[in-house]
Write a protein that binds this ligand. Structure first.
Ligand SMILES: O=C(O)CCC(=O)C(=O)O
Length: 236
C-alpha cells in the first residue's frame, strides 16, 4: 500500500513512520526459524556478546531466501516507493542483519544514526519479529533529529546524547510490524527488562543513484531500473 501525501509529509517532518500493514504470521515464523537455525549452527558472520553468545547475524540476505523475500515484499517496497521513488536498491553492506536481544540484557542505552550526512541518508526498515514494548526495549527515536546537521561520526558526545535521550519517545511495535526511519534520525534500543527475547531484522534502502555509472556489488536493485543521467558515457 502506498503512502498518502500526509504520511509522506509526516515522515519527512518527524523522520519515522510506522507501516500500517504487518508481515503475515507464517512469514514471521519462517524468519524466526531461520534465525534460530543460524544461531544454533553458528553460521558466520555473527556478532557475539561479552559471554560469547550470538546476538546478531550479519549478511542475512545471503543466508536463506526468506530474508530477501521479506525485504523485497510489496508490503515494504510499496510504501518505500512513496518515499524513495520508483527505483530502489537494497543495501547489503549496511544493516542486512537480524538482532536478538536476550532476556534481561544490560547493554548501555544510547542513541545513534545509521549514516553521517543528511545529503546521503538512507532509509532503514526495522522488522519486528517479536512484539516490542517499553519493558523489552522497544525502539526509541528523537523525532525531527534527522534535520540536525552532520556530526563527525554517527554518535554525539555523551552530554548531548543525554539531553537527546530526554526527548526520545518509545515506539512500541507489534510482532510483524515494520518501522521506516530516515537513518539520520537519532534512535536506539531500550533495555530488555523482561525474561523474553526481542528479535528483529534491519534493512537499509536507497534510491538508485542516477549519476553512478558503475554497479556496486553491495547494492541490489529490488524495484524499478537503474537509469543513468551522467553527462559523460558510462565506464565499461
Ligand atoms: O531494533 C531497533 O530498535 C533498532 C535497530 C538498529 O538501530 C539497527 O539494527 O541498527
Amino acid at each position: 500500500m502506498s503512502l498518502t501525501s500526509e504520511q509522506v509529509h509526516l515522515f519527512r517532518h518527524n523522520g519515522f513512520h510506522k507501516l500500517k500493514n504487518r508481515l503475515p504470521e507464517e512469514l514471521v515464523e519462517k524468519l524466526k526459524e531461520a534465525i534460530w537455525r543460524n544461531i544454533r549452527e553458528e553460521v558466520e558472520p555473527v556478532v557475539r556478546d561479552a559471554e560469547g553468545r550470538i546476538i546478531r547475524l550479519s549478511g542475512v540476505v545471503d543466508r536463506d531466501p526468506v530474508f530477501l523475500k521479506t525485504a523485497t515484499c510489496p508490503l515494504v517496497l510499496d510504501p518505500l516507493e512513496s518515499l524513495l521513488g520508483p527505483n530502489i536498491e537494497l543495501i547489503k553492506n549496511r544493516h542486512n542483519h537480524a538482532t536478538l536481544r536476550r532476556a534481561s540484557e544490560h547493554r548501555p542505552e544510547g542513541l545513534h544514526r545509521d549514516v553521517r550526512q543528511w545529503s546521503r541518508t538512507i532509509f532503514t526498515v526495522i522488522f519486528y519479529l517479536e512484539e516490542t514494548t517499553v519493558e523489552n526495549g522497544c525502539t526509541q527515536v528523537v523525532p525531527g533529529s534527522h534535520h540536525f546537521p552532520g556530526v563527525k561520526g554517527r554518535l554525539y558526545d555523551e552530554s548531548v546524547t543525554r539531553q537527546l535521550l530526554e526527548q526520545a519517545v518509545p515506539v512500541p511495535m507489534s510482532e510483524g510490524g515494520m518501522l521506516v526511519i530516515d537513518s539520520m534520525i537519532m534512535h536506539g534500543v531500550g533495555r530488555n527488562r523482561t525474561d523474553g527475547t526481542r528479535m528483529s531484522m534491519t534493512m537499509g534502502y536507497h534510491s538508485v543513484d542516477e549519476i553512478a555509472d558503475l554497479e556496486n556489488p553491495h547494492r541490489m536493485l529490488v524495484r524499478g531500473e537503474r537509469p543513468y543521467d551522467g553527462n559523460v558515457p558510462r565506464r565499461q
